[in-house]
Design a protein around this ligand. Structure first.
Ligand code: AMP
Length: 280
């Protein structure tokens, strides 16, 4: 496994691979890797010749300084996991290597940036677009693999690729979950024992909402039930629970299965903010 920290070095290496006809797969991450990340590497290994993983805690996408500071960092463990998974190339740059000067670009994603995560985390998707566009420019992948755990992020990245007219296929991959249903996340390790136990309520309410839909409940009744359940547990603070059109993220008031409804949730468990979603 080759590990690069300098932009010009990984560019030279990948240019050489590309000139030999190798297809490049790319998995951007912020490290503190888990099986969810490794599943993306596995897709990249299956579908391309060279798998590149970046590990970079991108400061411009954190709107909460405390969240950035407490974000887990464990590069050595990450490298061991990536080597074990068969990843061929890792890019592990310092912040100055990616942002030698402040990135003043402003992206515009319309509704995608105004709802859900976009509304609650101002500037978040702009930061994501900044870093991903820089990484795409460095790696120039044929395919890039993203987890549908970050449902809205995948939509933003697809829109970014469309706006910048990049010839990169964005592959959306399934959510990996712990045995009790909690979506894997680097932030899960920040939960206390009690919070970690309580966190299973997130996939539980998503599953319940699906059952209620099957039984004919309205969107309004489902939303109210989810809010009531979470309000009862003092460890929780619900940020949002929305049922949206799966292709536009417009909030739905009435069912329309042609719109591929998806339930999206964000809530604080203690101080830690977790997100999850379920495509009905
Ligand atoms: P992160 O390191 O959290 O920025 O995530 C890097 C990539 O891994 C993103 O495309 C995430 O959507 C994806 N990812 C995170 N958690 C999971 C999961 N539980 N299952 C599948 N992909 C995931």
């Amino acid at each position: 496994m080759k590990v690069f920290t300098k932009r010009h070095e990984i560019e030279a290496f990948l240019n050489d691979q590309r000139s030999q006809g190798m297809e490049i797969g790319f998995v951007p991450t912020m490290g503190a890797l888990h099986e969810g990340h490794l599943s993306l590497i596995a897709y990249a290994l299956q579908q391309t010749d060279i798998s590149v993983c970046s590990i970079f805690v991108n400061p411009t996408q954190f709107n909460d300084k405390a969240d950035l500071e407490r974000y887990p960092r464990m590069p050595e463990k990450d490298l061991a996991m990536l080597a074990e998974a068969g990843c061929q190339v890792v890019f592990l740059p310092e912040v100055e290597e990616i942002y030698p000067e402040p990135d003043l670009r402003r992206f515009s994603f319309g509704l995608l940036d105004e709802v859900l995560e976009g509304a609650r985390r101002p500037g978040h998707f702009n930061g994501v677009a900044q870093v991903v566009s820089i990484f795409f420019d460095i790696v120039k992948p044929d395919r890039a693999f993203f987890g549908s755990k970050d449902y809205q992020q995948v939509m933003v990245i697809k829109e970014l690729v469309r706006q910048l007219q990049l010839d990169i296929e964005i592959v959306s991959c399934p959510i990996l979950r712990e045995a009790d249903g909690l979506a894997m996340s680097s932030r899960n390790m920040l939960l206390t024992g009690a919070e970690r136990k309580a966190a299973t309520l997130i996939p539980d309410v998503l599953a319940m909402s699906r059952q209620m839909k099957v039984k004919g409940a309205s969107i309004r009744v489902i939303r109210q039930s989810v809010m009531n359940i979470l309000a009862k547990d003092p460890l929780y603070k619900l940020d949002y629970f929305e049922i949206c059109d799966g292709e536009t993220l417009k909030a739905m008031d009435t069912w329309d299965d042609a719109a591929k409804p998806v339930a999206l949730i964000a809530c604080f468990v203690g101080k830690i903010r977790l997100i999850d979603n379920l495509v009905y």
